[in-house]
Design a protein around this ligand. Structure first.
Ligand SMILES: NC(=O)C1=CN([C@@H]2O[C@H](COP(=O)(O)OP(=O)(O)OC[C@H]3O[C@@H](n4cnc5c(N)ncnc54)[C@H](O)[C@@H]3O)[C@@H](O)[C@H]2O)C=CC1
Ligand SMILES: O=C(O)CCC(=O)C(=O)O
Length: 488
């Protein structure tokens, strides 16, 4: 049973207290499935609010870093238990704020629980190596120290998992955190922070400041007391954040877009491939950086695959994510809907052929939501905008090829390199794909989306700053190595 209540007013969480923005201003967070529903009112903070949060985080860092990893881990275990208990409420907040279906939101919330437990355990694992010294009387080893205050700039598409997969490793390795969520999903972020509060996290260790990215996000990137920034979002903003942080000598980590291909080989299990293409491309309304957008098919099975795909797309039920009947919810915002519609128009203008969807649905009960039909194009060429730019919507581009070599070459013809899949039963094709595909995540007979929390995640080319998040890879960003030489 969910206890989520609409139209509450939320605050920032600074130094262990819920406080309004200094200006007193709020923004309404609205439901993309029904623009008339106000999910909650969230602070429209200013730089003054951010400064207070950074000051609190800096002060808390002194004692937080002195705790043992096991002691810090205990707080994360507690937060996981609270989040698990409140999972329905948090998931409902997510569905109402950004539109993904409730089962997906619940799954993401439980992933948040698992991430917290994973990193809680990290507090007990090794943080260094003993390295033989050339001096026989010395001991040389490495240890790791936290960066200090970490700024988390999070997007709206995974409003629980992404803030947690950034904040949890930051905290376990001894950093304190200021989280700036996407304003579209600030209610969900406040719910997550309530779980940490209930877990008894010491004041100032994790702070929440809600507001515009151009105000809070950019001030965070420039703040002299923020020692590291971890960002997920658009390429354009990511590059700006990276440049600002670099210019003051702090550390940054950027996870940005994708233009992820799936290759359907002539020997693929076509039913499995269709299932993976639909799930990878259209779940969450295509709003994942790992979403499938280019579908590269060996010509010999092109028609058979297309027919099966279109039949399945036809069956997709659009609707409010809180209704058990819906498979696909709305776009997360009106801006996102307009972006998707403009790409669909561009696709047609540039000569691609629309096979399915392409419009807003015409049923009256969806008229107040930001819905768009699942859309499939064919006749897509690699130079077209819909083959090159991240759409972040439920749009698939079908592209035929004559061989696996050509498929991999086409798949690599992209500025991005986040995730890529191949459906094949041929071991040689699998090995060529693993070796030659320029992507941080390569998946065989599995969809492009869906990352595992215990494995490194990040992209090549323009998809990331070449660092990796999640799993044990997270320690590389959230700590600095110290080499210690001891001689009596
Ligand atoms: N890689 C991913 O998972 C995501 C990719 N995107 C891509 O970005 C496009 C636009 O979505 P947006 O929500 O507008 O993404 P965005 O990049 O503007 O927002 C991501 C985060 O950055 C913050 N931000 C915005 N401007 C900032 C600035 N100047 N300095 C620092 N932080 C700032 C936002 O408030 C949010 O917290 C989408 O259509 C999609 O292509 C969006 C969200 C997630
Ligand atoms: O595919 C996933 O589970 C993660 C996707 C992701 O990290 C993103 O969209 O930002």
């Amino acid at each position: 049973m969910s206890t989520f209540q609409l139209e509450q007013t939320y605050s920032n969480f600074i130094n262990g207290e819920w406080v309004k923005a200094a200006s007193g201003k709020t923004d309404a967070s609205i439901n993309p499935a029904n623009r008339n529903e106000v999910v909650g009112h969230v602070p429209a903070s200013g730089v003054e609010d951010l400064n207070q949060a950074v000051t609190a985080a800096k002060a808390a860092a002194k004692s937080w870093r002195k705790l043992t990893g096991a002691e810090r881990g205990d707080f994360l275990f507690q937060a996981a238990n609270v989040l698990e208990r409140r999972a329905n409420e948090v998931a409902e907040a997510m569905t109402r704020e950004m539109g993904k279906t409730f089962p997906e939101a619940k799954g993401e919330t439980m992933r948040g629980v698992a991430i917290l437990r994973y990193y809680a355990g990290e507090g007990m694992r090794k943080t260094g190596d003993v390295i033989p010294s050339t001096d026989s009387e010395a001991l040389m080893f490495t240890t790791r120290v936290p960066l200090g205050v970490v700024g988390v700039i999070a997007p709206w598409n995974f409003p629980v998992a992404i803030p947690i997969w950034k904040a949890a490793p930051a905290l376990i390795y001894g950093n304190t955190v200021v989280l700036k969520p996407a304003q579209e999903t600030a209610v969900t972020a406040a719910k997550v922070l309530e779980c940490f509060e209930e877990a008894g996290l010491p004041a100032g260790v994790l702070n929440l400041v809600c507001g515009k990215g151009s105000v809070i996000g950019s001030a965070m990137a420039e703040h002299p007391d923020v020692n590291g920034i971890t960002f997920t979002g658009s390429n354009e903003v990511g590059k700006r954040v990276g440049a600002a942080v670099l210019s003051r000598g702090a550390k940054y980590q950027l996870e940005m877009g994708g233009k992820n291909p799936v290759i359907i080989a002539a020997d693929a299990d076509l039913d499995l491939a269709v299932e993976g293409t639909i799930s990878g491309g259209l779940k969450s309304t295509g709003q994942k950086c790992t979403a499938t957008s280019r579908v590269i098919i060996e010509r010999i099975v092109y028609d058979a695959f297309k027919e099966k795909l279109l039949a399945k797309v036809e069956e997709i039920r659009l609707g409010d994510g809180m209704s058990g009947e819906s498979w696909m919810g709305p776009c997360a915002s009106e801006g996102q809907l307009n972006t998707v519609l403009s790409y669909i128009q561009k696709g047609q203008d540039e000569g691609a052929i629309l096979l399915a969807g392409g419009n807003r649905p015409d049923s009256p009960e969806l008229a107040e939501g930001f819905y768009v039909q699942p859309t499939v194009f064919e006749g897509v060429e690699s130079h077209m905008s819909i083959a090159r730019e991240e759409i972040f919507g439920p749009v698939l581009a079908l592209m035929p090829v004559d061989s696996i070599e050509e498929a991999i070459e086409l798949a690599n013809d992209s500025d991005y390199g986040l995730s890529a899949s191949i459906y094949t039963q041929n071991v040689g094709s699998m090995l060529s794909f693993i070796r030659d595909m320029d992507a941080g995540l390569v998946r065989i007979n599995a969809e492009t989306a869906g990352v595992e929390l215990q494995a490194p995640f990040g992209g090549m080319k323009m998809s990331s700053s070449h660092s990796r998040e999640q799993g044990q890879a997270a320690i590389e960003f959230f700590t600095a190595i110290k080499t210690v030489f001891v001689k009596s």
